[in-house]
Ligand binder design. Sequence first.
Ligand SMILES: CC(C)(COP(=O)(O)OP(=O)(O)OC[C@H]1O[C@@H](n2cnc3c(N)ncnc32)[C@H](O)[C@@H]1OP(=O)(O)O)[C@@H](O)C(=O)NCCC(=O)NCCS
Length: 158
Amino acid sequence: MIIEKLQEKNIKEFCDLAQRIILDLSYYSDIAKKNYAKSFEVKEIQNKIKNENKLFLSAKNNNKIVGFMYGFFDNTGLFWIEWIGINEENRRKGIGNEILKFLINYLKESKKVHKIVCDIRTSNLPSQKFFAKNKFNKIALLKNFWHKEDFEIWELTL
Ligand SMILES: CC(C)(COP(=O)(O)OP(=O)(O)OC[C@H]1O[C@@H](n2cnc3c(N)ncnc32)[C@H](O)[C@@H]1OP(=O)(O)O)[C@@H](O)C(=O)NCCC(=O)NCCS
């Protein structure tokens, strides 16, 4: 397994995987799926990848992307994970853990960040378990937030 920054030549493969994962999620409303899938169109990612405040990681197995993480640095020392996803047949094999481990090392070395933050739907129990296992703490509940769904904010202090 190789975890690396997303390469320009892999953007199409990256977008296809991200959209497939999003459209298959049972706990997303149709409107949420549509909006999230749209944010992973090739042109969008080609633009975002050039922005130094954004970070895209891919996990490759035998040269094929099987997982990813996308997030951004804000200007207060936080790194926000926008999305982490592993293709369905490769879940529970430790790939998500490996991506987070890579991210944490990368952010520690960058010295720009003191906390990682993410929001998770209250209905997304696998993801809550995943972040709890990786020592993130739940710090807030946001009722009626994105697309009128309830979310939790989780954080990890570096
Ligand atoms: C959440 C997600 C990224 C986890 O990735 P993963 O590679 O499957 O996770 P790992 O194999 O590294 O799991 C690490 C630990 O997290 C916990 N965990 C992960 N998935 C879990 C699940 N479905 N149920 C319970 N615990 C889970 C376990 O403690 C696991 O360790 P274990 O397998 O030794 O028990 C993956 O389930 C996913 O892509 N989900 C769909 C997309 C999504 O909802 N993304 C999050 C948006 S906030």
